[in-house]
Design a protein around this ligand. Structure first.
Ligand code: 9W4
Length: 417
C-alpha cells in the first residue's frame, strides 16, 4: 500500500461520505456489478489525476472492481476532501492527495502515480498527460491511452494531436451529452442555488434573481431559482441566447438596469468584469453577489473594495462590504465558483453519468488503444445512449422503440403529404 494523505484517522468519516454518494450512483454500481464478473480492465494500471471527492471514490471503486490497479492524485489543490482521500487509502488504494498542497507537492503527487508505470491515464485538466509528455515521455510506449474530463484540457490535447505531438490516443469524455448537458444544467444549476443557500440561508421566494449569461449553467440556475419562487432576470450579450431566455419566460435586460433591481446576482458567463464599480454603485442595500463561471474574475472585486468603507466576514463564504453611503453588499465565496466553494459541486446523481463515461472510455482504450491513432477521440453516440438508457432503467423508466416501419418511413424521401 502506497499513499500520502493528510490524516488516515479521517477514513471512517470519509467512508460514510463515499457510501452516501454510492447509494445515489446507480449507473456506476450497476457497471461495477457487471464488471466485477467480466473484469474488462484486467491487467490495466490506471493513473488518475482527478478531484478527490466522494463521487470520485465511487469511480475508483468501480475501476478496481473491473480489474484495474489504480494510483491517484487530486487535480486541484483546493478540491481534495481529506476524509475521502483517507478512506481510499484505508481501502488499499494508492493515493497521493491532501488539501492545500503546494505546486511542488502537487507535481510530486502526480509523479508518484507514475511510479507503477501506468497503461492508462485519466485526467481533469491534462496535468498528468502533460507530465508524461514533458517529463516522462519514455512511459508513453506502455500507455494505451488516456481520458480527459474537461473542455479546457481537451482543447489543448486536440491542438497537440493536430501538431503530431500526442504520444497516445485520448478520449474526450466532456463531449458526451450525458456528461456536459447534465453537469452544466442540472448539476451547476442546483449546486449554485445550494451554495447561495448554505452561505446566506435567505428566502428565494419573491426575490429578484439576476442571472448573467444564459448558457447551460445560467439556464440551470435560472430554472432552479424560478422553481424556488424567485423572479428571474437574465442579462446576455448574445441575441439568440437572450431570445431563448425571453421565450422561456425570463425578463431580459442589460446589467446596468438589472443592477438597480436585483436582490441576488449570479454570474455564469466565462468573461471578466460582468459586475463592476458602476453596478455596485447602483445596487440595493443587502444585495448578494456570487459567481458560478469557471474564472473568478466575473465579479470585479477590486472595484467593490474601492467603493467599500469596511469589510467583514459575516458567515462562512459570505463577506459583507459596507459602502461609504451605508449600503451593504454581500460577496459569496470571494467570487470563486459558489457551487464548489460554498456547496459540494454536482450532486452524486449527476456525477454518476459523467463517471460512467470515464469508465466506458477507459475500457475502450484498454481494448483498442494500440489500434487507435494518436489523436483526440470522442465517445460514440451509442455509448452515450447506452449510459442514458442505463440511467433511465435505474430510475425504473421505460421508453418506446421505433418500429421497423417507422424507421423506414423516416428515411423514405418519397413519402410526403
Ligand atoms: N473544487 C474546488 C475548487 C476550488 C475551491 C473557501 C476559498 C471541480 C469539479 C468537481 O474545483 C473543484 N476553492 C475553495 S473550495 C474549492 C473546491 N475554497 C474554499 O475559500 C477557496 C471541483 C467534480 N465533482 C463534483 O462536482 C462533485 N463531485 C465531483 O467529483 C469537484 C471539485
Amino acid at each position: 500500500m502506497k499513499y500520502k494523505v493528510a490524516d488516515l484517522a479521517l477514513a471512517s468519516q470519509g467512508k460514510l461520505k463515499v457510501e452516501w454518494a454510492e447509494s445515489r450512483m446507480p449507473v456506476l454500481t450497476t457497471l461495477r456489478e457487471r464488471f466485477a464478473k467480466e473484469k474488462p480492465l484486467a491487467g490495466a494500471r490506471i493513473a488518475g489525476c482527478l478531484h478527490v471527492t466522494k463521487e470520485t471514490a465511487v469511480l475508483v471503486r468501480t475501476l478496481r472492481a473491473a480489474g484495474a490497479e489504480v494510483s491517484w492524485s487530486g487535480c486541484n489543490p483546493l478540491s481534495t476532501q481529506d476524509d475521502v482521500a483517507a478512506a481510499l487509502a484505508a481501502e488499499d488504494t494508492s493515493i497521493y492527495a491532501w488539501r492545500g498542497l503546494s505546486v511542488e507537492e502537487f507535481y510530486w503527487c502526480i509523479e508518484r502515480t507514475l511510479d507503477f508505470k501506468p497503461t492508462l491515464t485519466l485526467d481533469d485538466g491534462a496535468d498528468l498527460i502533460f507530465t508524461v509528455h514533458h517529463k516522462h515521455p519514455e512511459l508513453a510506449a506502455g500507455i494505451k491511452g488516456g481520458t480527459e474530463e474537461t473542455t479546457t484540457g481537451v482543447h489543448r490535447l486536440r491542438a497537440m494531436g493536430e501538431a503530431g505531438k500526442l504520444l497516445y490516443p485520448v478520449m474526450a469524455v466532456n463531449d458526451s451529452e450525458t456528461k456536459w448537458d447534465f453537469d452544466n444544467v442540472y448539476g451547476t444549476g442546483q449546486s449554485s442555488i445550494d451554495g447561495i443557500l448554505r452561505s446566506t440561508a435567505i428566502l428565494l421566494a419573491g426575490k429578484n434573481f439576476v442571472v448573467a449569461g444564459y448558457g447551460h449553467c445560467g439556464r440551470g440556475a435560472a430554472m432552479r431559482a424560478r422553481g424556488m419562487g424567485a423572479l428571474v432576470y437574465v442579462t446576455e450579450v448574445d441575441p439568440i441566447q437572450a431570445l431563448k431566455a425571453r421565450l422561456e419566460g425570463f425578463q431580459v435586460l442589460p446589467m446596468d438596469e438589472a443592477a438597480k433591481v436585483g436582490d441576488i446576482f449570479i454570474t455564469a458567463t466565462g468573461v471578466k468584469d460582468v459586475l463592476i464599480g458602476r453596478h455596485f454603485a447602483s445596487m440595493k442595500d443587502g444585495a448578494v453577489v456570487c459567481n458560478t463561471g469557471h474564472y473568478d474574475c466575473e465579479i470585479n472585486i477590486p472595484d467593490l473594495e474601492k467603493l467599500a468603507a469596511s469589510q467583514r466576514e459575516i458567515r462562512p463564504n459570505n463577506d459583507e462590504y459596507r459602502m461609504k453611503d451605508g449600503r451593504r453588499i454581500y460577496l459569496l465565496a470571494r467570487g470563486r465558483l459558489v457551487n464548489l466553494a460554498a456547496a459540494e459541486g454536482h450532486p452524486s446523481e449527476v456525477m454518476d453519468m459523467s463517471f460512467a463515461n470515464q469508465v466506458m472510455g477507459l475500457i475502450r482504450l484498454h481494448r483498442e488503444g494500440p489500434k487507435l491513432e494518436k489523436k483526440v477521440y470522442v465517445l460514440s453516440k451509442e455509448q452515450d445512449r447506452e449510459i442514458a438508457t442505463l440511467k433511465l432503467s435505474t430510475l425504473g423508466l421505460l421508453i418506446d422503440k421505433l418500429t421497423p416501419e417507422q424507421i423506414a418511413y423516416q428515411s423514405d424521401y418519397a413519402a410526403g403529404t
